[in-house]
Design a protein around this ligand. Structure first.
Ligand SMILES: Nc1nc2c(ncn2[C@@H]2O[C@H](COP(=O)(O)OP(=O)(O)O)[C@@H](O)[C@H]2O)c(=O)[nH]1
Ligand SMILES: [Mg+2]
Length: 343
């Protein structure tokens, strides 16, 4: 209890060592972490969260290093959360990123944290969100979430940010394949990195064509409203605010080329979210989803950690294995037992 009180106070005061301890507490789901998150909740919601996803080796970490530099030149504080759902606790791949970005960590306006999946406590997406909430409460103005790949869990994590960027590279030849994997639905902007390599222009065109096709389909459902643009430009501009066309940008992360434009595109998207009312909708949806996730986690703990679920299952395991009883019967018994339990 006292521990959590100290953490809350330390975070309000902006103390970095306290922040590190608070994040560890949340990441490991140790005693009091939900109390801490609950107390910090009124401070959450000020940061612009940007998810950056794309195939490994695409240059995301290099790019983020540059992004951080641009933000710092503008005196904007920034936290980076690097998430690797594929690696276990002491995740190797991201460790390299962390060391490379170490020069930045001497600056108190920058905070970099790596996260990997760890089985037991809740899902990685839920925990990532909670770590971002702590950083948000602490006062970081931008939170960049890097995910290593384009699998379902990475997409869920990156897609829960306010703005999601997909990084593609010409050489991998997987550009269009990646687009087919459902990323189209979540990306707010596309970045063709390694534009110094051959094939970058062609990839930009490919992506634009795919986006054009999607936009074409979308318009077909709208019907004949989009007639001749009537009077003044006022109405057109009002329409433009609620429509976001994902831009396709290029960059050379190793030289920093295109990074300023990327920062500006992030800002433009955030402004669009705010002005169209989309931000409020996103945040409401995110809070509802998170609440459901927290309930799922609590129920799971109730059954498997605090309750008798594991015991009941162990008792029936022989019957289950020999076919005398089904998984459904045992699951039913476990849930029924939970409902009977006092309190
Ligand atoms: N030629 C070229 N190489 C790049 C560029 N951006 C990153 N790289 C290199 O690509 C490799 C992978 O970069 P990294 O940032 O670790 O990719 P990540 O796995 O997406 O985080 C590194 O060797 C980078 O130096 C770029 O724009 N052009
Ligand atoms: Mg990386």
């Amino acid at each position: 209890m006292m521990v959590t009180d100290g953490l809350i106070e330390g975070i309000r005061q902006g103390r970095i060592p306290v922040l590190a301890r608070a994040i560890s507490l949340v990441e490991n789901g140790r005693d009091g972490y939900e109390r801490l998150l609950s107390a910090l909740h009124p401070l959450v919601g000020r940061a612009h969260r940007v998810g950056i996803t794309g195939p490994p080796g695409g240059g995301k970490s290099t790019l983020i290093e540059r992004l951080v530099q641009v933000y710092r030149e503008r005196d904007i504080t920034v936290a980076v959360v690097a998430v690797d759902p594929t690696s276990p606790f002491s995740g190797g791949a991201l460790l390299g990123d962390r060391i490379r970005m170490d020069s930045l960590t001497l600056d108190p306006g920058v905070y970099i944290r790596s996260m990997a999946s760890r089985g037991a406590h809740g899902g990685l997406a839920t925990t990532t969100r909670e770590v971002c909430d702590v950083l948000d409460a602490f006062g970081f103005e931008r939170i960049i979430i890097e995910t290593v790949g384009v699998g379902q869990s990475e997409l869920a994590i990156a897609g829960s940010a306010d703005t999601t960027a997909l990084v593609l590279v010409p050489e991998s030849g997987d550009g269009v394949q990646v687009l087919k994997a459902g990323v189209m639905e979540i990306a707010d902007l596309y970045l063709v990195n390694k534009a110094d390599r051959p094939g970058a222009d062609r990839l930009v065109q490919e992506v634009e064509v795919m986006l054009g096709i999607r936009r074409g389909n979308a318009l077909r459902h709208v019907g004949p409203h989009h007639g001749p643009a009537t009077t003044g430009s006022g109405k057109r501009e009002a329409e433009d605010v609620s429509e976001w066309s994902p831009p396709v940008l290029t960059s050379v992360a190793v030289s920093g080329e295109g990074v300023t434009e990327l920062v500006e595109a992030f800002d433009a998207h955030y402004e669009h979210l705010e002005q169209s009312g989309e931000l409020e909708r996103l945040r409401r949806e995110g809070l509802a989803r998170h609440t459901r996730d927290v309930v799922d986690r609590a129920l799971s703990n109730l059954v498997w950690q605090e309750g008798d679920g594991a015991e009941i299952l162990a008792e029936k395991l022989d019957d289950l294995a020999s076919g005398r009883v089904s998984p459904y019967k045992i699951a039913h018994d476990i849930v029924a037992h939970l409902q009977e339990a006092p309190e």
